[in-house]
Design a protein around this ligand. Structure first.
Ligand code: ADP
Length: 240
């Protein structure tokens, strides 16, 4: 069990009579990219919400570096090294790109203000390929660039584990190549990733392991090649 950064066991959450997440377990080790796959409505976003503290689980365990955080508020989980992006980009549209990134520093050790915060934000913007955008209004940026701002804001919290919710969706083929390279470079910087993703090209080229869910429950674990050829997974996607 050593060496596990994020250890999720038996995670469950109901909405009324619906079991949105039902006994999900997964582990992420340093420098691993784990894919969370499944058809629409299978509970993937709810799982990210439970892990990141946006929602409280009914039962199950979420350990970060061996410490239990299930049910803890989102800011504590961010503070302990788990950052995330959202499926629908959530920026402060009328604030500048730099201000959006600085907002992501709010829960790190030793809050940053003023020039040092701006300097670090600009370095993160350069990191995601947005140098020169710092002073622009976030809402004016193209979709791909807004996604990059959201990523820079998540990185501003200095995550050890990053949860990406369909971060690669909706990109054209050129943008996709660029975005895949960016995600891979995060791994090279010792950031581990749990990614909810439908873009199979990205899953195949990035993920070390995958978990596939249907109706809230995990049905297949393994390498991308294994799970994507698993008959049960194929049936789940086809709605058989
Ligand atoms: P996915 O991300 O795999 O598309 P979701 O986690 O968004 O799936 O949703 C899983 C199930 O939980 C769906 O049936 C969805 O309608 C339901 N659900 C999600 N959030 C809520 C909520 N806040 N209240 C009630 N039902 C919800």
């Amino acid at each position: 069990m050593s060496n596990v950064l994020l250890d999720v066991q038996g995670l469950s959450r109901r909405f009324g009579g619906l079991k949105a997440v039902d006994g999900l377990s997964l582990q992420i080790r340093p420098r691993e990219i784990v894919g969370l796959l499944g058809p629409n409505g299978s509970g993937k976003t709810t799982a990210l919400n439970l892990i990141s503290g946006v929602l409280a689980p009914d039962s199950g365990s979420v350990k970060i570096n061996g410490h239990e955080f299930a049910g803890s508020p989102a800011y504590r989980i961010t503070h302990h090294g788990v950052g995330r992006t959202f499926q629908l980009v959530r920026l402060f549209n009328t604030m500048t790109v730099r201000e959006n990134v600085v907002a992501g520093m709010a829960f790190t050790n030793g809050r940053l203000f003023g020039r040092e915060a701006a300097r670090q934000a600009d370095a993160l913007l350069e990191r995601v390929g947005l140098s020169g955008y710092a002073g622009k209004e976030a809402g004016q940026l193209a979709y791909m660039d807004q996604k990059k701002v959201e990523l820079a804001r998540a990185l501003a919290g200095r995550p050890k584990v990053l949860l990406l919710d369909e971060w690669l969706a909706g990109l054209n083929p050129t943008e996709l190549i660029d975005a895949i390279a960016l995600v891979r470079s995060l791994k090279d910087e010792d950031i581990s990733i749990l990614m909810v993703e439908h873009v199979l090209e990205a899953v195949r080229s990035l993920c070390d392991h995958c978990v596939v869910m249907t109706a809230g429950a995990p049905i297949s674990y393994g390498t991308p090649a294994h799970v994507l050829s698993d008959l049960e997974v194929v049936r789940a996607y086809l709605g058989d």
